[in-house]
Design a protein around this ligand. Structure first.
Ligand SMILES: [Zn+2]
Length: 390
């Protein structure tokens, strides 16, 4: 008899593992994986000022290659529970759907991976030809300092080698099989601060209004595209998110004006080259002012751990795409769109792709997954496993 992803998903949904609570979800996985012959490690990571968070690493087999399924069992809060058709932590099946917080993001995805692995093992004498691992964090939806980065570091320190990784985040847009994520854009937040000279509005010759300069600099930074994009990525994009002067006085030219912006950037840039490009563009625009050099600007960059990454299309992405096409009949797009995920940390250790359920109801009231999707995703993972270890 094959493993039932619906039963596993229901059990996971019944664990109230709202970040950073473990909620019994890792304990449940621990039991299932140990029974299948995995060696299971549970680690609690700490950081001053943050909640302790529990994580899990499980492996079966000692040989290479080591195929890793990654994910998170923590979920965002349910919000107003009365707004839900079915209680968010009951794992209710209604009609063709399974309801619950985490159904698609991403306990459902984890359930499919576990079911597929159990099936694969039972068809192959209980042992993989190489190794299969689960890298599961309880700290993805929060500030994520005690999750995947520390888990990866812990694993590297004990000599764990990863060959390929599948992260089961809900990668699909509309239908199961439409999208595999093979990379993500980086994200950088910056502040632009322009300093002028404060003065009376009636005597502007004695002042330098920084607002004029800030407007010019904003224009210059947004005016030209940051790049043209490439085969794997859309263009990088800069968006201003606030402009602040904070001046409450009607007859005062302010001394300083500030703006904040976010850039989602592709692999035409690194964090450093991007900062240099913006500084250079701002300097060029600032040089055009007839200000006698009295107006000064500066950038302040927020620390970012969201660099850009790409798993270049090749045999591994082909293997995943073919399995998706075989089960769903769809040719998945290899996408790098959307926000960041833990894949940005995993990519430093091995090639990683993201493929899971359909993201439409993630973080929403009545988060739910079609039971048919759970079965199809399990079949996709199963095909990936069979071919990877063929
Ligand atoms: Zn997620």
């Amino acid at each position: 008899m094959s493993a039932d992803p619906l039963a596993i998903a229901r059990d996971l949904l019944r664990c109230p593992s709202v970040t950073p609570a473990e909620g019994g979800a890792l304990e449940f996985l621990d039991g299932v994986l140990k029974a299948a012959g995995f060696t299971v490690h549970r680690m609690i990571f700490s950081e001053p000022g943050a909640d302790d968070v529990e994580n899990l690493y499980a492996r079966i087999g000692n040989a290479a290659p080591n195929l890793v399924f990654a994910g998170h069992t923590d979920v965002v809060p349910a919000g107003d529970e009365k707004a839900w058709k079915h209680p968010p932590f009951a794992g209710t099946v209604a009609g063709s759907q399974l309801y619950g917080r985490g159904a698609v993001d991403m306990k459902g995805g984890i359930a499919c991976a576990v079911a597929a692995v159990l099936d694969h093992l039972s068809k192959h004498g209980g042992k993989p030809k190489g190794s299969i691992s689960f890298l599961i964090t309880g700290d993805e939806e929060g500030i994520a300092v005690n999750g995947t980065p520390k888990l990866l570091k812990w694993a590297a320190e004990r000599g764990e080698k990863f060959d390929h990784c599948i992260l089961g985040e809900p990668s699909n847009q509309e239908e199961l099989g439409d999208t595999i994520k093979i990379g993500r854009r980086g994200s950088l937040n910056g502040h632009l601060i322009v300093t002028g000279r404060q003065g009376h509005v009636a005597y502007p010759q004695r002042a330098d209004n920084p607002i004029r300069a800030l407007v010019k600099l904003i224009e210059a930074l947004q005016g030209e595209p940051l790049d043209a994009g490439n085969a794997n990525f859309q263009r990088s994009h800069l968006e201003f998110t606030t402009v602040d002067v904070g001046n409450k006085t009607v007859n005062l030219i302010p001394g300083e004006a500030r703006a904040r912006f976010n850039i989602r950037f592709n692999d035409c840039h690194t964090l450093d080259s991007l900062k240099a490009l913006l500084e250079q563009r701002a300097a060029k625009a600032a040089g055009d002012f007839a200000t006698g050099g009295k107006i000064k600007f500066a950038f302040k960059w927020e620390p970012s751990n969201a660099g850009v990454f790409i798993t270049k299309p090749g045999p591994f992405t082909d293997l995943v795409a073919t399995a998706v096409a075989d089960v769903t009949g769809r040719n998945p797009e290899l996408s790098t769109a959307g926000g960041t995920s833990d894949a940005r940390f995993i990519t430093a250790f091995c090639p990683v792709v993201e493929f899971g359920l359909v993201g439409q109801t993630m973080h929403a009231v009545d988060e739910r997954v079609p039971i048919a999707d759970l079965r199809a995703l399990t079949m996709i993972y199963r095909k990936i496993l069979d071919r990877y270890f063929a």
